[in-house]
Design a protein around this ligand. Structure first.
Ligand SMILES: Cc1cc2nc3c(=O)[nH]c(=O)nc-3n(C[C@H](O)[C@H](O)[C@H](O)COP(=O)(O)OP(=O)(O)OC[C@H]3O[C@@H](n4cnc5c(N)ncnc54)[C@H](O)[C@@H]3O)c2cc1C
Length: 474
């Protein structure tokens, strides 16, 4: 896409969630001219997601703790806004050699260059295929939360939450606060060592207070919490009418004779998150498989720089660890970029980073313990049957994947070529993580040995007309 001179920005940041905004604040405070880009219409990302335009907030307290924390961060952002060009509703659809990125803004596609780039594009719900997961009424937990947070719309009337991790607790509280009925929480993980958890959590008063707040809300609403249980199936004529759950063993395989059927019209499934690594993979950054996360993450130095010069990765896209970690990592990368652009001396940058690094180290100790409870076990990927659709875009079933493997496919890219799996609208974001685990189980290999799907631009769908008229100027 060379030719005409491209507009160059000093520091481009992709994503205005906690990580991206924190990076922008620190870099801008140091004097860097920042270009912050987000495909969303408003900053805040997942956790500090704002209400849609058209809503007016009369009592911010009603919107919960995260909303109020988000307002604090956005106030910091407001203070540096004369140093930041904020491009909302703008998708970065590709990263190319020579520090070039391609953007889509109001159906116009164009390229720009950066001197430094911070990728802070977050994560997405881990998709888990099980019989009935394509029925209307089955949501990802993040999708349901988005409805409640941005539109004040409940996903259904009798809602069951299944999965693992703190998001289920937060979501139960958010749904009940919004007037909805949560029938129960099916938490697949089990806490084996409460002492270790308490030790790692010691000092994390904000997180402890949040957990207490959620548990209290759940108890007050009388919501049952079934630990060590998993969803087996969602059933219904044309939409969810009931769900079968069962107790699990250590590997999350269902224990015989423990099945129970629950009458619900909505299931929100939250088995953790998958880091959005499409852009860092496209940029050829080195990635490693993190077994505790159950996904790929970019390899980074202490200052958040990836293996590719000038590119940093922070927050959930570099290892899902929560909003406080995202904030700390964003601040470190913002300072590191400001230093490498010559705005801060090493002494200044390191001095500002020191307390943030300390906070980050403590948060990561707790994160590892939480990950051990929630890391997906093999039973999760044995829920699907031969006729269960795994690739929703191309409607490829588990049976078809098994056939392709029998016919000689050895990895994800070969299954993709033989079945069209991962070639649809989502470009493998929905089916890729499950496919990796399925191949690993079928072949008896560790998931880390199954190479990921080759990334291709555009990383998200863009109109063909925009591509045809792509220009090198904004
Ligand atoms: C669905 C979901 C729900 C969550 N809910 C909670 C919760 O209730 N409580 C909690 O403690 N934690 C929650 N988390 C975790 C928490 O949100 C994150 O840890 C935190 O928001 C991560 O911040 P981040 O800045 O790394 O990413 P995010 O907050 O995800 O922000 C990433 C931003 O990047 C933008 N973006 C992505 N791709 C592109 C692109 N190609 N071009 C332009 N912009 C792009 C997105 O629009 C988004 O605004 C949730 C995470 C997810 C994925």
């Amino acid at each position: 896409m060379g030719g005409v001179e491209l507009k160059e920005v000093e520091l481009m940041i992709i994503g205005s969630g906690p990580a991206g905004v924190a990076a922008a604040v620190e870099a801008a405070r140091a004097g860097v001219k920042v270009c912050l880009v987000d495909e969303n219409p408003m900053p805040g990302g997942q956790i500090y997601r704002q209400l849609s335009t058209g809503f007016e907030v009369q009592d911010a307290v009603m919107l919960g703790r995260d909303y109020l924390r988000g307002q604090k961060l956005l106030a910091e952002f407001e203070d540096v806004c004369n140093q930041v060009e904020y491009d909302k509703d703008t998708l970065i659809w590709g990263i190319f050699p020579d520090n070039e990125v391609s953007l889509l803004q109001a159906d116009r596609s164009f390229s720009m260059r950066y001197r430094k780039l911070i990728v802070a594009v977050g994560a997405y719900d881990r998709p888990v295929p099980f019989p009935g997961w394509t029925l209307p009424g089955v949501f990802t937990a993040g999708g349901a939360q988005r409805l409640v947070k941005t539109q004040r719309v409940l996903p259904g009337e009798r809602i069951l939450l299944v999965g693992t991790g703190p998001l289920l607790l937060a979501l139960a509280k958010q749904i009940t606060d919004a007037g909805g009925t949560v029938v129960g929480i099916v938490e697949t993980g089990r806490i084996h060592n409460r002492f270790r958890l308490l030790k790692a959590a010691w000092g994390q008063w904000q997180l402890i207070s949040d957990a207490w707040h959620y548990f209290r809300g759940i108890r007050k609403a009388g919501i049952p919490l079934w630990r060590g249980h998993i969803i087996l199936e969602a059933r219904g004529e044309g939409r969810v009418e009931e769900v079968v759950v069962a107790e699990v063993d250590e590997q999350w395989n269902p224990r015989a004779g423990t099945q129970r059927t629950l009458s619900v019209d909505t299931v929100c499934v939250g088995y953790g998150f998958i880091p959005s690594t499409e852009l860092t993979r496209l940029a050829q950054c080195e990635h490693r498989y993190d077994p505790l996360l159950g996904g790929w993450i970019p390899v980074r130095a202490e200052n958040m720089e990836t293996s590719v010069a000038d590119i940093y990765a922070v927050g959930d896209c570099a290892g899902v660890a929560g909003s406080m970690v995202a904030l700390d990592e964003g601040r470190i990368a913002g300072l590191a970029a400001a230093h490498s652009l010559g705005y801060l001396s090493s002494v200044e940058a390191l001095g500002r980073m020191r307390p943030i690094r300390k906070s980050l180290a403590a948060l990561m100790r707790l994160r590892r313990v939480l990950d051990e409870i929630s890391v997906p076990r093999p039973g999760l990927y044995q829920l699907a049957k031969d006729d269960t659709i795994v690739c929703r875009c191309e409607e490829i079933t588990l049976g078809e994947i098994r056939e392709a493997l029998k016919d000689g496919a050895n990895d994800m890219n070969e299954v993709k070529r033989m079945t069209r799996m991962g070639m649809g609208h989502c470009q493998g974001r929905m089916c890729g993580p499950a496919l990796q685990e399925i191949i690993a189980l079928e072949k008896g290999l560790p998931a880390a040995d199954i190479a990921y799907l080759n990334p291709r631009p555009p990383v998200k769908p863009i109109p063909l007309s925009a591509l045809a008229e792509h220009t090198n100027s904004q």
